[in-house]
Design a protein around this ligand. Structure first.
Ligand code: ADE
Length: 259
């Protein structure tokens, strides 16, 4: 993954501008290209050719950005950083979740197809690239253990299923219902957000490797909106920068390497 392909460029996709500032600031030889109503920041980061972009919020915006990254910039892999609401047991604010699989929690074409199944795909869950995800887990473990965010010294790294939908989940009842429904169908969900499954589906269509990390900003309950942007600036962006740096260090920059 993130190995041999005609293009050497890796994409780093973030949900929010606050998260990406540090990464864009650290780029060398940076230039901004506007395409499909979005800004794409091209340059070098830790020895890699990269393009940084904002996914936009929600599944359609994220799918459009992903298609543009693949079609226009020919990226060889996509790494997503963002925040999510924790809904799994023990998934707390300040923890980091690395996605192994994604599911669209608002996909429901029943009774024609089983709930959550993606029509035409024959499955409900979409897998992330295994090798890149392993590297992301290592990078996140090291970031969390280093205690870069002192106020979350007991933060943990989780890996598993993230559910995406066009909805900011902000009530205890809604998150408990979603978790119960998914668990009853055998889907042990860790977190909810609004873009990842769309990026995963687009990447599957194009055969582009994809990996994703999310820092837990809230518990998807009645106080989910509180201090959201403050959290992104002071916690999530610090993890994102550190984890992306570590991830890039472990990722082969040259064409000869395949993971
Ligand atoms: N991103 C961060 N928190 C979220 C929530 N509670 N619901 C959906 N997306 C989120």
């Amino acid at each position: 993954m993130f190995g041999v392909s005609p293009s050497m460029t890796l994409a780093i996709l973030s949900a929010l501008a606050e998260e990406q500032h540090g990464l864009v600031d650290a780029m060398q030889g940076m230039q901004c290209l506007r395409h499909a109503g979005r800004d794409f920041w091209l340059g070098r980061l830790h020895g890699h050719e990269v393009v940084c972009a904002l996914s936009g919020i929600g599944k359609v915006a994220a799918a459009t950005t992903t298609a543009a990254l693949i079609e226009r910039f020919g990226v060889r892999g996509i790494l997503f950083t963002g925040v999510a609401g924790g809904i799994g047991a023990g998934v707390n604010v300040g923890d980091v979740v690395i996605a192994r699989t994604f599911l669209q929690h608002d996909m429901d074409a029943s009774p024609i197809f089983p709930r959550w199944q993606l029509p035409g795909y024959g499955c409900s869950t979409l897998a992330c690239d295994e090798a890149a995800t392993d590297r992301l887990v290592q990078a996140a473990d090291s970031a969390v253990r280093s205690g870069i965010v002192a106020s979350y010294a007991s933060a943990r790294v989780h890996q598993g299923l993230i559910a995406s939908g066009d909805q900011f989940v902000s009530s205890r009842q809604a998150s408990a219902q979603l978790r119960a429904d998914l668990e009853a169908a055998g889907h042990a969900v860790l977190a909810v957000e609004m873009e990842g499954a769309a990026v995963a589906q687009t990447c599957l269509d194009y055969g582009t490797p994809f990996a994703a990390m999310r820092t837990i900003s809230d518990r998807a309950d009645d106080s989910a909106h509180v201090d959201f942007s403050d959290f992104v600036r002071t916690v999530a962006s610090r993890y994102a920068q550190r984890v992306v740096l570590d991830f890039l260090r472990q990722t082969p920059a040259k064409k000869q390497a395949v993971c």
